[in-house]
Design a protein around this ligand. Structure first.
Ligand SMILES: [Zn+2]
Length: 492
């Protein structure tokens, strides 16, 4: 319920009307007229609203809040006309089954009313002077924000010019989950001026250990709405747009268009390929991350620089990759998505500031369990439908020639290569070797590159691991070192 009124607000009467037998908590906020503002004494105020517009926006804020904090009932009354010192200018009451949702909803309404309601305030001073203050622009010009980026802008690589670039930048974050939450939070903190969030999901209890933008009070709420509310508290001057729905082949290009950098924070290969292809078509840089349990990969895809997603997973479709890596519903180590999401934010800032370096040609692996990191060159394949621009490719060297052979191999194809073929299962720390029982089967700890190099010196050898990320990466690494008969096994 939202109401604009020119008559004085009676808080006791409003509280009585809010009473609800289902609600165990009632959170009430009263904003009263104070006798000073920004160091100047104030004698009284006048509020003027664009009535129809203010009513519609007020109702939208209440509807949004009740959707965001399920089970809450929100009443909000805003005064218009002339108000004396001490009078109630805005009254917000939230009836809720739980206090956490009640407090969060009340705070959300306060912030959104301040930010969005088209209401003008005229302050009268003791000397007879008066001035209009737009409540909606007061937040953006809040003087306490001037020092916000001082420590970041004092980096020589950033400076005032770099900070201005970030403020002008438009960044798209697809997926507001374990990766998207930290990525969006750090981008907001860095002062990215325009952020778009895409996600069709709702906050679930099983998300909270790694999706740290959300709290218990938001369980059941649309993720984009809850994330935007939290990010606006972090940095009120940033424009945040929301698309509450999934990325699809139909809407991908329209969503991506108009942004400077895109972050792939999705958790499935179907979305990853759709997003990747839309970015390639529009020539936009894509910062992609994927996490399985304790390990994650980071790729920066920029058209014409290094191989693309199709080069990386050549010969494999999204459907084939999905069951091995899709972390939706699977076990996830929270800090692993946290680290990878923050790395995505860092790469985004570097691209916008012109500090990108060579990351655009590499796949980086980070393992939070054994602390290892691995960087592998990501080469473009001449047979790739996206990167196929033979005149632009460098002359193939030996290592690159071996890269051009199909990386992925099935067990049947491997057997067909002859009786001396070997299979290496790459063990993660603490993982037991699967029972193979064959003479040509060997389990080697994934971080023990020396043992691996010794074993694979004569081929053909196929590497495999629990989820396929590390085996493919190490096979590419060993090919780059000149070993040609190395493959990644499609399945054991
Ligand atoms: Zn490619």
């Amino acid at each position: 319920m939202f109401e604009l009124t020119a008559t004085p607000i009676d808080p006791a009467d409003r509280a009585r009307r809010l009473a609800s037998p289902e609600a165990g908590a009632a959170v009430i906020f009263e904003g009263r007229v104070r006798n000073h503002h920004l160091g100047q004494p104030v004698t009284h105020l006048e509020y003027e609203a664009f009535d129809a517009l203010a009513q519609a926006e007020g109702e939208a804020i209440i509807t949004e809040t009740e959707q965001l904090y399920t089970g809450t009932q929100v009443h909000c009354v805003h005064r218009t006309g002339t108000l004396r010192i001490g009078e109630v200018a805005i009254w917000i009451g939230v009836a809720s089954a739980h206090r956490a949702a009640g407090f969060a909803a009340c705070r959300h309404v306060i912030e959104e009313i301040k930010r969005r309601l088209p209401v003008w305030k005229k302050e009268h001073h003791p000397d007879g002077a008066a001035e209009w203050v737009n409540c909606t622009t007061e937040t953006a010009t809040n003087p306490t924000l001037t020092a916000y980026h001082t420590r970041q802008a004092s980096l020589p690589e950033v400076g005032a010019a770099g900070q201005a670039k970030l403020a002008a930048a438009r960044v798209l974050v697809v997926g507001v989950g374990g990766l998207g939450c930290p990525a969006a939070l750090y981008l907001t903190g860095a002062g990215i001026g325009h952020l778009t969030l895409v996600d069709g999901g709702h906050v679930e209890l099983s998300n909270l250990h790694r999706q740290l933008l959300f709290t218990l009070a938001e369980v059941g709420a649309p993720k984009v709405l809850a994330a935007a509310a939290r990010l606006r508290l972090q940095h009120p001057a940033i424009e945040i747009k929301m698309h509450q729905g999934d990325l699809t082949a139909t809407n991908a290009r329209a969503l991506v268009a108009g942004h400077d950098v895109v972050l792939d924070c999705t958790d499935n290969f179907t979305s990853r390929f759709i997003l990747h292809d839309a970015c390639q078509a529009l020539g936009l840089p894509l910062i992609s991350a994927a996490v399985h349990r304790f390990e994650g990969t980071l790729d920066v895809f920029q058209h014409g620089t290094g191989g693309c997603l199709h080069c990386l997973w050549a010969g494999r479709t999204a459907t084939e990759l999905e069951p091995q890596e899709n972390c939706a519903g699977g076990p996830v180590f929270g800090p692993a998505v946290g680290v990878l999401g923050v790395m995505q934010a860092a790469e985004t800032l570097k691209i916008l500031l012109g500090l990108a370096g060579t990351a655009a040609q590499q796949t980086r692996l980070v393992n939070l369990l054994d602390g290892s990191t691995l960087t592998i060159e990501r080469l473009a394949r001449p047979d790739c439908p996206i990167c196929r621009r033979l005149d632009q490719l460098p002359a193939p060297a030996t290592a690159q020639n071996s890269e051009l052979k199909n990386l992925w191999i099935t067990a049947a194809q491997l057997t067909a290569l002859g009786p001396t073929t070997k299979i290496v299962f790459l063990l993660e720390p603490g993982e037991m070797a699967p029972s193979g029982g064959r003479n040509n089967f060997q389990a080697i700890p994934a971080h023990d590159l020396a043992a691996l190099r010794e074993f694979v010196v004569t081929g053909p050898v196929a590497l495999t691991c629990r989820h396929g990320l590390r085996s493919a990466a190490l096979a590419r690494l060993l090919r780059a070192e000149g070993l040609s008969d190395i493959y990644a096994l499609k399945s054991l």
